[in-house]
Design a protein around this ligand. Structure first.
Ligand SMILES: [Zn+2]
Length: 355
């Protein structure tokens, strides 16, 4: 297991085991708020952003609440890049406290403690995706020719069979009645639940998109908790999208996944299923611009890190190849020398005797 796997596991266990049971309603409201506030402006200026309805069909959080969450998160962002999982957890707690303290927006002062717990958990789980040690990152991609949505991508090569701890999800205490599209999975025997029952998941695992055939990860239940993570069914290379099979019959009529409908032919079946989009509720333009620059800087950093990692791997590979060649050459020389010494009389000079 590599260091990065250990980091992901330590982080996941820290926040999975510290969470109390929550309701689906809290999970849905708080998770979408966190994702929208922390990640939505990524591509706003260059390529146009996603539709917030890809997060939740009825998503419409107050712009001011989003702005406050974003500002509180930004002021602690360096802590989310820490190598110590505990620091990320602490940073999320600081963000939560600052939202509770301000009372500038009635949205947060009106929240129950349980909702704030989910908020804090989601800030930890999603904030950790910005950490260079995380195996995955969140990106905005086209869902069809009309809609853009979020997806998880590999930040580095992920070997077959390894767990992607950062792509975790939690099951709320209540589930079936409030389950939404793209947020449910079937229960497993490991967690002693009646099989076939639908349940809501919250957490980054929810951002993994469905494929009917070409999926590359599968769910793994974390025993003794209500957590799911995923593991790689095949090697996943750096930059590749993580995809899951949600189960047969997931999409009742026509499946919008790119296995069934190539992206260039898919003229917005996902978006047709959504209500008409209100304008993207977002913070003020200047804040978005600041945000965009910060994200661009971070991206450049991460890219540089990826390039450095790639170069180092290539260097090590070529070094080991070179060592191999040298070893073979030395062996050959030794063999030839031996042959010369012990070879039949008459063989001389550089001529090699072929038997
Ligand atoms: Zn499909």
């Amino acid at each position: 297991m590599s260091d990065s796997d250990c980091w992901g596991r330590d982080f996941a266990l820290l926040i999975i085991e510290g969470v109390a049971p929550v309701s689906s309603a809290h999970a849905i409201a708080m998770e979408d708020l966190v994702v929208q506030a922390l990640f939505s402006p990524c591509r706003l200026f260059k390529h146009g952003t996603h539709r917030p309805q890809t997060l939740g069909v009825s998503f419409n959080a107050p712009a001011k609440a989003l702005q406050q969450l974003y500002q509180s998160f930004e002021s602690q962002k360096t802590l989310f890049l820490s190598e110590a999982p505990e620091i990320i957890q602490m940073a999320s707690h600081i963000v939560r406290l600052s939202l509770e303290d301000h009372h500038t927006d009635p949205y947060y002062s009106g929240l129950e403690g349980a909702a704030l717990d989910v908020l804090e958990w989601c800030i930890s789980a999603y904030g950790a995706l910005l950490n260079p040690r995380s195996q995955v990152k969140l990106k905005v991609i086209p869902m069809d020719t009309v809609t853009k949505g979020f997806s998880l991508f590999a930040r580095r090569d992920i070997p077959k069979g390894s767990y992607v701890w950062e792509a975790m999800g939690m099951v709320p205490a209540d589930n079936a009645s409030t389950s939404t599209l793209l947020s449910t999975t079937e229960t497993t025997a490991e967690q002693n639940q009646p099989s076939g029952e639908e349940r809501v998941l919250y957490g980054p695992v929810r951002m993994i998109n469905h494929r009917c055939k070409t999926y590359n990860v599968a769910f793994a239940a974390h025993d003794g908790t209500s957590a799911f993570i995923v593991y790689a069914l095949r090697p996943i290379v750096m930059g590749q999208e993580l995809t899951l099979n949600y189960g047969s019959g997931w999409f009742e009529e026509s499946c919008p996944c790119t296995d069934c409908t190539p992206l260039e032919c898919n003229t917005g079946r996902i978006s047709e299923q959504m209500p008409a989009s209100p304008r993207v509720p977002g913070p003020a333009q200047s804040i978005l611009e600041d945000r965009f620059h910060l994200v661009a800087e971070l991206k450049a950093e991460l890219k540089a890190e990826g390039v450095a990692l790639y170069r180092e791997q290539r260097r090590q590979e070529s070094e080991s190849r070179r060592a191999e060649v040298m070893k073979n050459r030395a062996n050959r020389r030794r063999r030839n020398l031996k042959k010369k010494k012990g070879g039949p009389a008459g063989s001389e000079g550089d001529h090699t005797v072929v038997s």
